[in-house]
Design a protein around this ligand. Structure first.
Ligand code: SF4
Length: 320
């Protein structure tokens, strides 16, 4: 494109809600308050949330990200557990090593942990719908002794489950799944095990549900979609899939540098959204990059409003 050529028009439909959820805001606030109160370094086990921009900004403020507790020394500097939650063994190990810990697990993940424990106490066989290896799934399965939770990621997995063995059976879910896929998996579970116990509205969290609804509505009006989020962010990946299913050429980008411009050739309208761990600053950078190449008109499509706030742990409620 020459410097004087007029920019092609582009209609941008900006999804609302998008971006940070209450669990992510709380987790990031916990780390920042801990830095103020206890001073650097503060240790965080695994990425506090799945976003490199957030992780790098916290690193610059004195946070040390660790993989295992053995990398943190005992003493006054806390070790924070990420929003995804941890297995029961992690706080136990921390206690044994005399570490000072703060739990930033999202309360909606903790709710699923409690459901798992209740089903276990009642002698139920437990099926977890979720993605193998995701930290939240590892943490939820790790609330109970090994082998007590069976993971099912698809309808084929449901078909392969052991037949009814006379024990009552229950299901729980990862919080960041595709609403539509999960509904189908739950239906398959109910067909195989009609008396199965489950949560009233699955365990998919409000933020995942709302972001998927918004991108679905936007995707019906546009030709392409850009989801701002990390490749390892489950809820961001699901947003991309939802948009794709509505017939959009959808791309997941960490920031504006990841935009596949070739995929936008001859595209006149694009939806823009962001996963629950992607900061608004990155959405603004993406909009800036679109504006540099196109004559952009932005309209916001709001499918619902959110007012969820999760309180900080008591010790961190007042700034130091
Ligand atoms: S996506 Fe949902 S479960 Fe995960 S941190 Fe946000 S509110 Fe909590």
């Amino acid at each position: 494109m020459s410097a004087t050529a007029p920019k092609p028009p582009l209609r941008v439909v900006l999804c609302a809600p998008r971006g940070f959820c209450a669990g992510v805001v709380r987790a990031v606030d916990i780390v920042e308050r801990a830095l103020q109160r206890y001073g650097a370094p503060v240790y965080v086990r695994h990425e506090i949330v799945h976003n490199k921009f957030v992780v790098d900004s916290l690193k610059a403020k004195g946070v040390i990200f660790i993989k295992e507790l053995s990398e943190a020394p005992p003493g006054p500097h806390p070790v924070i557990f990420s929003a995804h939650g941890v297995t029961k063994a992690v706080p136990e190990e921390a206690k044994a090593r005399n570490l000072f810990t703060i739990d930033a697990t999202c309360p909606l993940v903790t709710k699923v942990h409690r459901e798992a424990q209740v089903h276990f106490k009642r002698g139920r066989r437990i099926i977890l719908i979720g993605h193998a290896g995701h930290p939240e799934v590892v943490g939820t399965m790790g609330q109970l002794p090994p082998g007590r939770v069976t993971l099912a990621s698809s309808i084929s997995d449901v078909k392969r489950l052991e037949p009814d063995d006379g024990r009552p059976i229950a299901y729980i879910t990862q919080t960041t799944l595709s609403v539509d896929d999960t509904r189908e998996i739950v239906a398959a579970l109910k067909t195989r095990f009609p008396a199965i116990y489950g949560p009233p509205n699955e365990d998919i969290c409000y933020a995942t549900t709302n972001r998927q609804e918004a991108v679905k509505a936007a995707a019906r009006q546009v030709e392409a979609a850009i989801v701002v989020g990390a490749a390892n962010s489950s809820n961001s990946q699901r947003l991309r899939e939802v948009a794709e299913r509505e017939g959009c050429a959808a791309q997941l980008v960490a920031d504006e540098r990841g935009i596949d411009w070739a995929a936008l050739t001859n595209v006149g309208s694009v939806a823009v959204t962001a996963g629950a761990s992607a900061p608004e600053a990155l959405v603004e950078r993406v909009l800036g990059a679109l504006s540099a190449r196109y004559d952009v008109t932005i309209e916001t499509l709001t499918t619902t409003s959110e007012s969820m706030i999760f309180p900080l742990p008591r010790d961190l409620r007042e700034p130091a």
